[in-house]
Design a protein around this ligand. Sequence first.
Ligand SMILES: [Zn+2]
Length: 135
Amino acid sequence: MSLRALGHLVALMLAGELARLVAIRRYFVENASPSEIAYEVRRGKLTVRGWIQRLCEAGGGYHVARYVVRRCVDRVYDLEPVLVVASVGSRVEYRCLLCGGVATRPVHHILTYHRDYVARCVQRVADCLLNGRGA
Ligand SMILES: [Zn+2]
């Protein structure tokens, strides 16, 4: 189990990056192609490829990423985002439920200010998987 790959998934969920998680799940679990996914989530194909690549880099390679996504992504879906959209102007802003701060880059905010919380969530997902094989 790569906790770094899992940490990446958890940070995406906490940041409310749902399109990105859906894309990652479609790619690694359902073998959808980046162009199919791009169409579904209404982003560019290069953006989708970038998301997948960043997870692979964070997690220690394609095979590790694939393994972790397949085992963990549905557990990660059980977590609640802590960043909510606060205003949609020329620039989307997010309000953080953990610290009350305003963020413009949700994943960056989570990884910068809430590493401990990410670590606790990673532990919770990992415990879930170890105890009773995800039951
Ligand atoms: Zn915060």
